[in-house]
Write a protein that binds this ligand. Structure first.
Ligand code: S3P
Length: 429
């Protein structure tokens, strides 16, 4: 029974610690696997996506263990990976397949990467083009578009690459290949995307330079083992922030949340809409800013327009932002967001069709949506399209809807946030 029934909530109260950050957990495993010596990862996200990265590096010959809740990795150096004996399954994880491709491009052996039915429809040309320019041989299904990817790596040369889309996965893939290339590899972003790679890789010994939207990396003879502590995931905290904002009689404290400015677009947009969110106790954890957030509901919020430049810093928060927009005064328009069509599901289509079922007036554009606000949501049977963020966002919608909302495909939340529904039960109890 892969579904949950949700009823309207009377309050949303208490203290919560969100799941550890997914993007940072992936990177901690990847960089530790390439380092010489032992690394320790604290507060690692024990969820399906980061486990896909762990499994991939085990298949590449790296010893990875869990001890007392921490992940211990004995890296074998940049050239210590071995040819995998079988196809590597990256599950649902775009970060796993794209970042590892950059590494395999620099390794002189053959490997094949694949994933689940969602990952096998996600565009890979965006990494194949730059990695091929650097000298890797990569072939993919459907005229080099989709996984499986077959990679024969080797000697790479540095490139200067202007990325056509703002993507941290593409940027990080090229930077990782740059560790293996002759000379200095430069990546130019159209809009700044999340910068966890640039923050964490130097702490392992890589030489990275950032000038505005140009990131350069020197080829590296060696990375060194490290200790990484993973902060809470703002993208997971976002569901609680919006829940607290929309549910009457709410008073919520969210502790230990990463507030890296490349990730917190939604926080500032909600404040601009009129939300009462306080950011306190700001500190740094493994090079990332972290804080506690306080949020009370239910304030009047007003609609606003989201444009292309704002999308990267809230890219994963679009589904939950749509729920906030249904309650804002006026019409919210989101444009320049065509990237959302190639996430774990087509998130523009998924949100439009599921919110319509709940009675919201929505117009769909190739690159976004417009959502009529001040809508009374009605309970409905909702599909998650096996997309974790759709499942969690629509569950929050269920908490403010009249009647019963059934969300199908909720096991998808295990991709990024096992325990999500236990927390929801506690906060609404
Ligand atoms: C991620 C980057 C983003 C984001 C994804 C995780 C990462 O994707 O949507 O959930 O860890 O680098 P893009 O870089 O493709 O936009």
């Amino acid at each position: 029974m892969d579904r949950i029934e949700i009823y309207s909530a009377k309050h949303f109260r208490g203290e919560v610690i969100p799941a550890p950050d997914k993007s940072i957990s992936h990177r901690a495993v990847i960089f530790s696997s390439l380092a010489n010596g032992r690394s320790v990862i604290k507060n690692f996200l024990k969820a399906e996506d980061p486990f896909s990265t762990i499994n991939a590096f085990r298949a590449l010959g790296i010893q990875i263990e869990e001890k007392n809740g921490e992940i211990i990795i004995d890296g074998r150096g940049l050239n210590g990976l071995k040819e995998p004996e079988d196809v590597i399954n990256c599950g649902n994880s775009g970060t796993t397949i794209r970042l590892i491709s950059g590494i395999l491009a620099g390794n002189p052996f053959f490997s094949v990467l694949t994933g689940d039915s969602s990952l096998r429809t996600r565009p890979m040309g965006r990494i194949i083009t730059p990695l091929s320019q650097m000298g890797a041989e990569i072939r993919a299904r459907s005229d080099n578009k989709y996984p499986p990817l077959a990679i024969k790596g080797g000697h790479l040369k540095a490139i200067r690459y202007e990325m056509p889309v703002a993507s941290a996965q593409v940027k990080s893939s090229i930077l990782l290949a740059g560790l293996y290339a002759d000379g200095i590899t430069e990546v130019i972003e159209p809009v700044k995307s999340r910068d966890h790679t640039e923050r964490m890789l130097p702490s392992f010994g890589a030489e990275i330079d950032i000038k505005n939207n140009v990131i350069s990396i020197k080829s590296s003879p060696e990375l060194k083992g490290n200790i990484v502590e993973v902060p809470g995931d703002f993208s997971s905290a976002a569901f609680f922030l919006v829940g607290a904002l929309l549910i009457e009689n709410s008073d919520l404290t969210i502790k230990n949340v990463g507030i890296n400015p490349t990730r917190t677009g939604l926080l500032h947009i909600l404040q601009e809409m009129g939300a009462d969110i306080k950011i306190e106790n700001i500190r740094f954890v493994s090079g990332e800013p972290v804080a506690d957030l306080y949020c009370t509901g239910r304030k009047k919020i007003k609609a606003l327009n989201i444009t292309k430049e704002q999308i990267p810093s809230m890219i994963d928060e679009f589904p939950i932002f749509c729920i906030a927009a249904t309650q804002a005064e006026g019409v919210t328009t989101i444009r320049g967001a065509e990237e959302l069509r190639v996430k774990e599901s087509d998130r523009i289509k998924s949100m439009a069709s599921e919110l319509r079922k709940m009675g919201v007036e929505i117009e769909e554009y190739p690159d976004g949506l417009s959502i009529k606000g001040s809508s009374s949501l009605k309970g409905a049977v909702i599909e998650s399209y096996n997309d974790h963020r759709i499942a969690m966002a629509m569950s929050i919608a269920g908490l403010i809807a009249e009647g019963v909302t059934t969300v199908n495909g909720i096991s998808s939340v295990n991709i990024s946030f096992p325990g999500f529904f236990d927390i929801i039960r506690r906060l609404t109890h």
